[in-house]
Design a binder for this molecule. Structure first.
Ligand code: NCD
Length: 332
C-alpha cells in the first residue's frame, strides 16, 4: 500500500524523492513476483489498459503489454496503420473511444512532443478517471525508460533495497545524440535530483550549449557538466549511458560520417579504461552496432547492462501501472 497521488505520469520534471523511492521499492516487489513460478498477480484484475503507440516500438510496447498481463489487466493494443486514424479520426477522438470502452489506463507513445499531456488534459476536462502514461513523446520525455534505468543502476548498487540515494556522488556519463533524445531528457531529471554528477558528451551539433542550463532553477543541487569530446566525460565514470543516433529526427546534416562519429564518440573496451574499473554501460536500445557502441562491448556481460535494462523494464512498468491504477490498495 502506498500514498501515491499522481494520476498521470507524463514527465519526471517534478517527480519528488518520495515518488522515485516508491517506484523503486514497488518495482523491487514486482521483481520478486517475476522470479516466482507463477509470475502473475491479480492486482489489476478488471482494469483495462490500452497501449496506444502511434510510433514504432519493440521494447517499450511489449514491456508495457507484458507488465499489464502480469498484473491480470485486460489489454487493448492499437496500431495506427490498421486503425480509424487512417480514416481521418483525430488522436483525441481515438482516445475518447478507448475511454468510452471503459479503459482505465492509457499508455501513449507519439512522435510529437506533448501529445500524451494534451490527451490527459482533455480527458481530465471531461471528468474521465483515466490515467495516462507517457511512453515517449517526440524529443520531450520518456519517463518509464529513465525510471527503469534508475532501477537498473540502483539495483546493481543494492540488489535488495534499490533506492535513489545510492546515486549520490556517482559519476554518470550520457554520450551521444542528446539533442534528439527524450531518454536523455527524462534521465537528466532523475539523475540531477538524485545527487549524481552528470556529464554529457557529444559533438556540438548534438549537444547545444543551452543544455548547461538544464534544471538550474528547479534542481539547483544538480551537478551537470558538458563536454564536446569523450575522454573527460569518461574519466572516473561509474556508469556510461550511450544513446542511438536518431537519424529519423535529424532535420539537417549534423555529422561528417558514422565512421568518424564512432572514432570520436563510440564506446569501446579501450575507451572504458578511463572509467572506474567496475564501470557499467547502459543503452536504451535499439542499438546501432558499431556506431555508438562496439559490438564486442555491447555483448560483454562484464560491462553491459543492456539485457538487465530490458528485464528491469517489466518490473518498473508493473510498478507504474499499479501505482497510477490502484496505488492505495495492497500490492497482491
Ligand atoms: C528509445 C526511444 O524510443 O526513445 N528507445 C526505447 O524506448 N527503448 C530510444 C531510441 O529510440 O533510440
Amino acid at each position: 500500500m502506498t500514498n501515491w497521488k499522481r494520476r498521470h505520469i507524463l514527465s519526471l520534471a517534478d517527480f519528488t524523492p518520495d515518488e522515485y523511492n516508491t517506484v523503486l521499492k514497488t518495482a523491487a516487489s514486482f521483481r520478486e513476483v517475476l522470479s516466482r513460478k507463477t509470475k502473475k498477480v491479480p492486482t489489476l484484475q478488471g482494469l483495462v489498459v490500452a497501449n496506444l503507440f502511434f510510433e514504432a516500438s519493440t521494447r517499450t510496447r511489449n514491456s508495457f503489454e507484458l507488465a499489464a498481463k502480469r498484473l491480470s489487466a485486460d489489454i487493448l493494443n492499437f496500431a495506427p496503420g490498421t486503425s480509424s486514424l487512417s480514416k481521418g479520426e483525430t488522436i483525441l477522438d481515438t482516445a475518447k473511444t478507448y475511454w468510452a470502452m471503459g479503459t482505465d489506463l492509457m499508455v501513449i507513445r507519439h512522435q510529437e512532443a506533448g501529445v500524451p499531456g494534451a490527451i490527459a488534459q482533455a480527458l481530465d476536462h471531461l471528468g474521465a478517471k483515466v490515467s495516462i502514461l507517457n511512453a515517449g513523446d517526440g524529443q520531450h520525455e520518456h519517463p518509464s525508460q529513465a525510471l527503469l534505468d534508475l532501477f537498473t543502476i540502483c539495483s546493481l548498487l543494492d540488489p535488495v533495497n534499490p533506492r535513489w540515494e545510492l546515486l549520490q556522488g556517482k559519476k554518470v556519463a550520457i554520450v551521444g545524440d542528446i539533442l534528439h533524445s527524450r531518454v536523455a531528457r527524462s534521465n537528466l531529471w532523475s539523475l540531477l535530483s538524485s545527487g549524481a554528477e552528470v556529464h554529457l558528451a557529444a559533438p556540438p551539433t548534438l549537444l547545444p550549449q543551452l543544455f548547461s542550463n538544464w534544471g538550474k532553477d528547479t534542481h539547483p543541487q544538480g551537478k551537470l557538466v558538458l563536454h564536446w569530446e569523450l575522454p573527460p566525460a569518461l574519466e572516473g565514470a561509474d556508469f556510461v549511458m550511450t544513446l542511438r543516433l536518431q537519424t529519423e529526427r535529424m532535420r539537417a546534416h549534423l555529422l561528417p560520417s558514422l565512421r568518424e562519429y564512432h572514432q570520436n564518440f563510440g564506446l569501446t573496451h579501450d575507451r572504458l579504461q578511463l572509467c572506474q574499473p567496475q564501470v557499467k554501460v547502459l543503452h536504451p536500445g535499439p542499438v546501432n552496432r558499431g556506431v555508438e557502441i562496439s559490438s564486442e562491448l555491447m555483448d560483454d556481460p562484464a560491462f553491459s547492462l543492456i539485457p538487465a535494462q530490458v528485464t528491469s523494464g517489466i518490473a518498473v512498468r508493473m510498478a507504474l501501472l499499479y501505482l497510477v491504477g490502484v496505488g492505495n490498495q495492497p500490492l497482491n
